[in-house]
Ligand binder design. Structure first.
Ligand code: PA5
Length: 436
């Protein structure tokens, strides 16, 4: 169960409930993209077993590595879940290794990925809702060529799955031409709200995790967050962060005390950044991993510009036991900790930091969940999506568009010489004094 520790004023709670009505009444800006509200009900439909049958087929073919190609909302949810659920150092026996591509344009990254794929039995999941995004399209060209060289055109087609729009976009056309298995990203679900569609579910299933439990957790959170109440955790969190924003806190740092949650924070940053940062408004979503970053960002947070608040995201239970041992000479002076769990130290560090930062003018909220497992991650995904929709409506922006992302794309197309962008290309080259 998700617990939010925040004390927004009655005025902001009332505003959050108004925004809740707009979101769940599906009457706000972008309401055509609120299909994610219903996605947890997929737990009762055929989707989990459709994903599992692809994974079982790959397993029977001896697939060792699944390359997932996508960017933004088309990869971050899966990456967040897999990083959180996986052992930090050892891949479980019999599990396929899920690697990611097409979320950057680095030649070195992709060349090294190709080195790795050379010595493995590979399947591919290519994900793009629009089917036209440059980064995954470029990566897919390279990986498709490799797959066809290695397995032949027909053999490659048996190992490639495309997840895209039902009818539009270049990827849909290519998938149909080549005879790939396809999954659909529903029209009414935007990229960053798509983790509970095949976009998140297929890669997570391929990594060997329980997607039915993920959906069950999301369904539980849908019950909690779909209730019109000031006790609804999504309402409380949205109210508190808007109140802090209006009081001059313009940056929210999502703090985790467990490196397994690092990519969850990346997913959260994308969700809130693309949903709220528009029309000259919005909290800047940042993240930090403590205690690590207390030795880098800690100084600034304690003592720098006073426009920050923190939201601490953590599990109430540790998944493991690790007890600090005794030492006869006690040279490090840590003997007072002998017999204590490492997690006890982590919790004391969190309490100490919370008090220090609050004393330094950095308010703290917290979001607590039970443990890191599929069920709780499902809860968290849904909770933050609901909170984000409510929060964006409180702010007065459309949570479901991302017009600002287009600016760099247009310039990049122009500089790369995409047909139709010739004039813009000339203008940019002049600006760059002919350096490209
Ligand atoms: O949230 C979003 O809509 C974006 O982050 C998209 O997911 C991202 O730009 C990738 O788009 P696409 O899936 O169309 O390739």
């Amino acid at each position: 169960m998700i617990k939010v520790d925040a004390s927004p004023s009655g005025k902001y709670l009332d505003r959050a409930i108004e925004a809740f009505d707009v979101l769940y009444g599906r009457k706000g800006a972008g309401c055509d993209y609120t299909g994610w509200i219903d996605l947890p009900s997929a737990v009762h439909g055929p989707l989990p077993s459709e994903c599992m049958s692809v994974v079982d087929r790959w397993r029977s073919m001896g697939v060792e590595t699944v390359a997932v190609i996508g960017i933004g909302g088309s990869y971050l949810g899966a990456k967040a879940a897999i990083e959180a659920l996986s052992h930090s150092f050892v891949r479980g026996a019999g599990r396929m290794h899920v690697v990611f591509a097409g979320f950057n344009l680095s030649e070195e990254y992709h060349a090294e990925l190709m080195d790795y794929l050379e010595s493995s039995s590979v399947a591919v999941v290519v994900i793009s809702k629009s089917g036209t995004t440059t980064e995954p399209a470029v990566a897919f060209r390279i990986i498709k060529e490799f797959m066809e060289r290695r397995y032949g055109r027909k053999g490659a087609a048996e190992r490639i799955v495309a997840i895209t729009d039902a009818s539009k976009g270049a990827l849909r056309a290519e998938a149909e031409n080549e005879g790939y298995v396809t999954f659909v990203i529903p029209d009414n679900v935007g990229g960053r709200y798509s983790v509970l569609t095949p976009v998140g579910l297929l890669p997570v299933a391929a990594a060997g995790f329980d997607i039915s439990a993920l959906l069950s957790g999301a369904a539980a959170a849908a019950g909690q967050c779909g209730t019109r109440s000031a006790d609804n955790p999504a309402v409380r969190y949205a109210a508190a962060r808007n109140e802090l924003y209006d009081a001059g806190k313009k940056v929210e740092i999502l703090v985790t005390y467990n490196p397994k949650m690092q990519y969850f924070a990346e997913w959260w940053k994308q969700l809130f950044g693309e949903s709220e940062g528009k029309d000259g408004k919005g909290l800047f979503p940042a993240s930090a991993g403590f205690t690590t970053d207390l030795h880098s960002l800690g100084q600034y947070i304690q003592d720098g510009g006073r426009f920050i608040f923190e939201t601490v995201l953590g599990a109430s239970a540790s998944g493991r036991d690790l007890v600090i041992g005794g030492s006869s000479d006690n040279l490090d002076g840590m003997g007072f900790l002998a017999g204590r769990h490492m997690e006890y130290c982590n919790r004391m560090a969190a309490l100490a930091t919370r008090i220090a930062h609050q004393d330094g003018g950095v308010p703290n909220l917290s979001v607590e969940f039970d443990r890191i497992d599929e069920y709780c991650l499902g809860e968290l995904f849904y909770f933050f999506e609901a909170a984000c929709g409510i929060s964006a409506y409180m702010l007065g922006v459309n949570p479901f568009d991302q017009p600002g992302v287009e600016a760099y794309k247009k310039n990049m197309y122009a500089l790369l010489g995409k047909p139709g962008y010739e004039k813009e290309g000339e203008r940019l080259r002049a600006l760059l004094h002919g350096k490209v």
